[in-house]
Ligand binder design. Structure first.
Ligand code: ZN
Length: 393
């Protein structure tokens, strides 16, 4: 399938631009017309993180005239292993600002627009409407569904990518010409089922593999060349070193882009739609959540507690709270953890951020440990408020 170019060409290229983009200009398929289209193009990158880093750098180098960057986060040391648009001296700086500075350094001819804000249901339509194409580098399901819904409602194409450990996926969703994200994934995964990169890790260079596919597809759509990744899902396995693509059909029953859509505007609350934690976990944690400082006080007072770390062994190796026994969450879900818990001590669970420990807490309370609690914010909160000399990850 080939599609017409998304963007009209700019009137002309300056002498500087001809020099800079000469290696594009001598490719017959791109040529002067293609480069002028890139110059006229407005592309928004959602997130200046793992995927956003390589995407923004190559979009800038390619000569995309207007590049929007939306991110509300600040650069953390643990980002630098893969978010190559940021450097050591950017730690603590707003990601959108840091990324914009790198873009300007790569190509001062790019007009950079900084959206230093979280993408919300209040601002997404207005922000998206200023761009021809969206590159989605988000890492959570709530934002992903919101990006999809806004793009479909506005009739805009977007290039999607996702990464986890050694596995990557990419596709172009454009409801006018093919499926949307909801055609592929009608329902968000159950809370706690799909670990995030923060929980499961990601090979840094995987971001480049998937981010470069996204830029490749963005350039093809903007200039109307080649066979775009519409209606196909690219799946990359870095360990096997295999790329394969599978067909994704438009679902005629899709609630958003199907024949009789029931979703005709943005949802009120995408976090609730995707459920940060399950209802059982939320119920168990309600009134049974302590802070890291409260845990420290309990330890200092010598209270009779049994502290359980429900993360994975490799996470425990990176940093752990003194006195914690490692029993991964999986053992709670299959029930085998329960026999390891003493009956005569108060059970205190923790994980990295508090989500997994809330899931485990539901199991523990169900098994009769009525006074069990978990630590809100987990290890991250312990490092921040109790012992900042420990590494965060
Ligand atoms: Zn759809």
């Amino acid at each position: 399938m080939s599609l017409p170019p998304l963007v009209e060409p700019a009137a002309e290229l300056t002498v500087d631009e001809v020099r800079r983009y000469s290696r594009h200009l001598i490719i017959p398929d791109v040529g002067m017309a293609g480069q002028k289209r890139l110059k006229n193009a407005k592309v928004l990158c959602v997130g200046a993180g793992g995927l956003g880093s390589p995407a923004l750098m190559y979009l800038a180098a390619a000569g995309v005239g207007t590049l929007g960057i939306i991110d509300f986060d600040v650069v953390d040391e643990s980002n630098l292993q893969r978010q190559i648009i940021h450097g050591q001296s950017d730690v603590g700086r707003l990601k959108a600002e840091s990324a914009a500075a790198s873009v300007r350094e790569i190509n001062p001819l790019v007009d950079v627009v900084i959206h230093n804000t979280a993408l919300t249901t209040e601002n997404v339509m207005e922000i998206f409407s200023g761009y021809d194409l969206i590159v989605d580098g988000t890492d959570n399901f709530a934002t992903r569904y919101m990006v999809n819904d806004a793009a479909v409602l506005l009739g805009k194409p977007y290039v999607w990518g996702s990464i986890y450990r050694f596995d990557g996926q990419a596709s172009v969703f454009w409801a006018e010409h093919g499926p949307c994200y909801r055609c592929l994934y009608p329902e968000p995964p159950p809370p706690g089922m799909v670990p995030s990169c923060a929980e499961g890790g990601v090979l840094g260079v995987l971001c480049a593999s998937i981010g470069s596919i996204q830029v490749n597809e963005a350039i093809k759509l903007l200039t109307g060349i080649g066979d775009p990744l519409v209606g196909r899902l690219m799946i990359y396995d870095a360990l096997e070193m295999k790329y394969r693509d599978v067909k994704v059909r438009k679902d005629p029953e899709c609630v958003l882009c199907g024949k009789n859509p029931s979703v005709t505007q943005l949802l009120d609350d995408y976090e609730a739609f995707c459920g940060a934690i399950s209802d059982e976990a939320a119920q168990a944690a309600s009134g049974s959540t302590i802070t890291a400082l409260e845990l420290k006080d309990m330890q200092d007072r010598g209270e009779n507690i049994f502290l359980v770390d429900v993360r994975e062994p490799n996470e425990y190796e990176i940093v752990s709270i003194p006195g914690a026994t490692l029993i991964p969450k999986g053992e709670f879900l299959n029930g085998s953890a329960l026999e390891k818990l003493p009956q005569d001590k108060k059970i205190v669970l923790h994980c990295k951020s508090g989500a997994r420990s809330a899931e485990a807490l539901a199991v523990v309370k169900d098994a009769g440990f009525a006074d069990a609690v978990h630590v809100g914010g987990g290890v991250l909160s312990w490092v921040k408020s109790v012992d900042p000399s420990l590494p965060s990850y």
